[in-house]
Design a protein around this ligand. Structure first.
Ligand code: NAG
Ligand code: NAG
Ligand code: NAG
Ligand code: NAG
Ligand code: NAG
Ligand code: NAG
Ligand code: NAG
Ligand code: NAG
Ligand code: NAG
Length: 447
């Protein structure tokens, strides 16, 4: 059934005519910029590959995916690999919500809840490629109203991926011209910065994960649905990612609270962390303060790094928080791409990756007390905006404190540049733009 639909959609796409940009011979669309290269497919507006440079200057494909692009629509697991789920990502509690006096019922495809909009979600659609250049690609979707799946009104959305030096930007815009509807998007990016090539481990726990401003997180029930309570992570507790810049992602695996932390029978992480508003007055550890000032202007809300190959990704976003999922439910059946793995690492095991999803508060449409309705409901006269970027550079985590990590020009490993400056375009809906400068005067390259 699904395959038939997929072929029909392919035919529909090919009937669009000459004006639509054409993919390369392998069916993917490739864009690049200095130090970074990415390949995309229309299915789910998916980023199939993201190549950045490691500490030795070699290209590493840091996101999960399949070599065979025809497998994406067939994959029964459908992990939403680096695609755009929609129109309302993550969970809708008890598959219901009320809007303007009407109660809507969405599909229960995740226990009693709706996940990523239910069946017929955007990550299962063939998007149109509406613009393409050497460094940028735009995908578009028209999503008609569907009361069977519980969403009134049509939605039109554009998603543009743009690469600049060592940086990947995503901008999404959407409108719902007919009537109000829940609308909440994300890029569902799955990383393994080691590309499963670290002989010592093909799990994600050797990475470091740092969320300098995420003191608070949403409490989850057994189905990984927020209960409504907003908790504060005590320093050193399982859900604390703010107090230690160099802490390994897996530092709490032996903590009893790690078990069932992402729902009943799920060990690890599949929750939502809230970024403190800029300038808010939350206490931070001395180490975190130093790291933030070095990260310049504290606009980086999440850093994922691999001490093994020196790759680091800094996330900036206009979203108020992030879902972090440590891939507990991966079961060792998904094959790796030919760009990843070793002779003995050929599939994605449980805990083999981390999904990073900048988005609004999970199930905020059912929690008016959080004040997220304006952000999560779009209708006539409004435009939904989402914008994030990830900048990669290579670092060495020193045993003392990640503040001493060295940022290296990924294009020129070996270079001892006094200062590396890069322009980071406006990432907060045009409210501001800023220059980010990394001091690299004490940089030492270990090749
Ligand atoms: C799911 O719904 C069923 C039927 O209403 C109920 O018995 C069950 O307790 C619910 N499960 C959860 C986890 O809420
Ligand atoms: C998306 O929709 C498909 C059917 O089109 C469904 O099988 C799948 O469970 C949905 N995916 C998620 C993650 O909700
Ligand atoms: C609405 O969603 C249902 C369930 O996914 C699907 O069978 C139906 O074709 C959809 N209707 C439209 C108009 O897209
Ligand atoms: C795009 O890439 C092609 C092939 O590498 C090159 O010939 C062309 O000049 C590039 N165009 C721009 C605008 O950079
Ligand atoms: C792609 O464009 C065609 C022609 O405008 C339209 O009929 C189709 O619905 C579009 N596909 C998607 C996924 O929006
Ligand atoms: C999407 O892009 C098209 C141009 O390709 C534009 O006409 C349309 O207004 C855009 N829609 C949104 C929601 O930004
Ligand atoms: C709310 O519902 C009323 C009555 O059905 C309707 O007239 C109005 O347009 C709706 N408001 C929005 C913003 O959709
Ligand atoms: C982080 O650095 C501190 C000293 O600042 C050290 O005690 C700790 O072991 C380090 N942790 C990791 C995981 O390297
Ligand atoms: C920040 O917190 C400290 C300690 O709680 C307090 O003394 C100070 O007044 C606060 N500053 C602002 C601007 O809220």
């Amino acid at each position: 059934m699904r395959l038939t639909a997929a072929i029909a959609a392919l035919l529909a796409n090919s009937a669009l005519g000459q004006s639509e940009p054409k993919p390369g011979p392998d069916g993917t669309y490739e864009i690049s910029a200095p130090g970074i290269r990415a390949q995309f497919i229309p299915y789910g507006a998916t980023m199939r590959n993201l190549f950045v440079k490691d500490k030795n200057g070699y290209e590493v494909d840091v996101v999960l995916g399949y070599d065979d692009i025809a497998y994406y629509p067939k994959d029964p697991g459908h992990p939403v690999y680096n695609s755009i789920p929609g129109r309302y990502v993550n969970r809708i509690g008890h598959a219901t919500y009320t809007l303007n006096g009407t109660t809507y019922h969405t599909e229960q495809n995740d226990g009693n809840n709706t996940l990523h909009g239910g069946t017929n979600n955007w990550s299962y659609r063939f998007w149109n490629v509406t613009a393409l250049s050497n460094s940028s690609i735009t995908f578009s979707i028209h999503d008609p109203a569907n009361l069977t799946t519980g969403f009134p009104g049509s939605v039109d959305a554009n998603v543009t991926y743009t690469l600049t030096e060592n940086t990947w930007h995503i901008k999404m815009q959407a409108v719902a011209p007919d009537t109000e509807t829940p609308l909440m998007l994300t890029h569902h990016t799955y990383f393994n910065l080691d590309a499963f090539k670290n002989p010592a481990t093909d799990l994600i726990w050797d990475h470091t994960l740092y969320l300098p401003t995420a003191h608070r997180y949403l409490e989850l029930d057994g189905g990984a649905l927020p209960t409504g309570k907003i908790l504060t992570a005590a320093p050193g507790s399982v859900n604390d990612f703010y107090s230690s810049p160099n802490a390994s992602f897996g530092r709490a695996i032996h903590d009893p609270a790690f078990k069932n932390n992402c729902g009943s029978g799920c060990d690890g992480y599949n929750g939502y962390w809230i970024f403190d508003a800029p300038g808010s007055n939350t206490t931070t550890t001395a180490g975190a303060k130093r790291a933030r000032s070095a990260a310049s202007d504290s606009d980086v809300v999440l850093t994922l790094a691999s001490p093994w190959n020196g790759i680091k990704a800094d996330l900036r976003t206009d979203q108020p928080g992030v879902q972090v999922y440590s891939c507990f439910w991966m079961d060792g059946t998904a094959p790796l791409k030919s760009t990843q793995g070793t002779a003995s690492h050929r599939t994605v095991k449980s805990d083999g990756c981390v999904a990073i999803e900048a988005q609004d508060y999970v199930d905020g449409i059912n929690h008016p007390e959080w004040g997220r309705l304006n952000a999560e409901i779009t209708g006539p006269g409004k435009t939904y905006n989402w914008e994030s970027s990830e900048t990669g550079c290579t670092v060495w985590l020193d045993t003392e404190d990640a503040i001493d990590s060295k940022c290296v020009d990924c294009e020129n490993p070996g270079l001892e540049a006094p200062i590396l400056s890069r322009l980071v375009p406006a990432v907060f809906n045009g409210i501001w733009a800023s220059f980010v400068t990394w001091r690299a005067d004490d940089m030492i390259v270990k090749a």
